[in-house]
Write a protein that binds this ligand. Structure first.
Ligand SMILES: [Zn+2]
Length: 415
């Protein structure tokens, strides 16, 4: 055995069988149970939890770590964010994108994320961000899996050059393409942009990842169109609608109709509770909307929902640590999901559900599967979301790729 993790518990072990040993050989999980033999390396799991790695299903790696450049978004609004990003974008270089994105990938790796789907803005003639992120995808391949989606931030109908750039992005090797229908000039143009993207994706059988209805406008109904086109094209589970904030403002009868359509379509919905709770509701009087999609209703109806951390220090969101548990913590509050089973589901939304969004094969902990797993201190999902502990160990293809020592406070008081 190359590596044995002793005394570890599996999250969601309903039979409560107690701690086990996990043996790893040649990058695969070779055995789970009690191991009596010798291994080249052993680590003590200390009764902690073993989980499959976290999955970040939506982040913009080309915008990370640019908050404050050229100036800070003092209003906190989307509009100031877009204005600032347009300025910052003018100075974008290959090296600039690559180095910032790589820095964040390292932060994510330490936080137990081994699978990342990133957006790459293609609204410049040289496809600078896309090329840098595709290069990075190959570089991190030995230990991390990166999916790159060509994202037309300035629209496809509003910025017609982007139609041809999407095709070019696929030629260069992008894993999927996106659209931003709610920011096109009119509803009709928004629909036309979706039709274009689905036609292109049908031809290439690639992922579709729509930046969908990130607005408080109840009239923004591209979630419905995305579900319809996913069915019509047969792309179904390869299609994702990210944000879907407007659905929180739909009238109940219409929401229920869209919900049924979504459930039948197989479309994945990604909710970004950190950025959207900060960005949305800006035009509301009191009481203010929560700005995030109806996670609990989507889950109950059988829609595959994942939670994304999204922005890290961007003109749109100056905070962010990369921790998936932080996104789950925010979702627990905004989604009113505090029940034990609900919190367990939130952890599934940053692991297995997000893996479904990325259509990952061989994901999960089991004998014969690739040895990708993380070890976290805690008793159960509630503990993980409540305390958001650092990953004690991150194991990728059988190799320990990150280790975090737990913080240790010492008290100096009379007892
Ligand atoms: Zn986003």
């Amino acid at each position: 055995m190359d590596l044995v993790i002793r005394h570890i518990r599996l999250l969601g072990d309903s039979d409560n069988q107690g701690p086990i040993d996990i043996g790893i050989k040649d990058g695969l999980i070779a055995m789970m149970g009690s191991f009596d033999g010798q291994a080249e390396r052993e680590i003590d799991g200390s009764g902690h939890l073993a989980l499959p790695p976290f999955v970040e299903s939506h982040i913009h790696l080309d915008t990370v770590l640019t908050a404050g450049e050229p100036s800070w978004n003092e209003s906190g609004t989307l509009f100031e964010g877009i204005r600032l990003w347009q300025k910052r974008k003018e100075t974008l270089t290959h090296e600039d994108v690559r180095s910032r994105a790589e820095m964040v990938l390292r932060i994510q790796l330490a936080a137990g994320i081994l699978h990342v789907r990133t957006q790459a803005d293609i609204s410049d003639p040289h496809l600078t961000a896309l090329r840098a992120l595709l290069e990075l995808r190959e570089r991190v391949k030995p230990y991390m899996n990166l999916q790159v989606i060509a994202f037309p931030q300035d629209g496809i109908r509003a910025c017609p050059d982007n139609a041809q750039r999407l095709e070019e992005a696929l030629r260069l090797g992008a894993d999927g393409i996106g659209a931003i229908p709610h920011l096109e000039p009119t509803r009709e143009e928004g629909l036309a942009s979706l039709e274009f993207v689905f036609r292109l994706a049908e031809k290439h059988r690639c992922f579709v990842h729509v930046f969908c209805d990130e607005t408080d406008d109840a009239n923004s109904t591209f979630l419905e169109s995305t579900a319809h086109l996913a069915m019509r094209s047969g792309l179904r589970e390869r299609v994702t609608a990210a944000h879907a904030s407007a659905s929180a403002y739909y009238g109940e009868a219409y929401f229920q109709k869209v919900l049924g359509l979504l459930a039948r379509s197989g479309v994945n919905v990604v909710c970004c509770p950190l950025i959207n709770s900060a960005m949305q509701g800006r035009f509301d009087g009191y009481p203010k909307g929560r700005g995030i999609t109806r996670i609990k209703d989507l889950w109950s109806a059988g829609v595959n929902v994942s939670l994304a951390h999204d922005d890290i220090q961007t003109p749109f969101y100056p905070m962010g640590t990369g921790s998936m548990l932080q996104a789950a913590h925010m979702a627990a509050h905004l989604g009113h999901m505090m029940g034990r089973e609900e919190v367990a589901e939130l952890v599934r939304m940053i692991t297995i559900r997000a893996a479904n969004t990325l259509q990952l094969e061989d994901y999960g902990i089991g004998e014969g599967k690739p040895a990708n797993l993380i070890v976290l201190p805690g008793q159960d999902a509630m503990d993980l979301v409540r305390k958001q502990p650092g990953c004690r160990y991150v194991i990728s293809r059988g190799r320990i790729v990150a280790e975090t020592q737990p913080a240790n406070s010492r008290l100096f008081i009379a007892t």
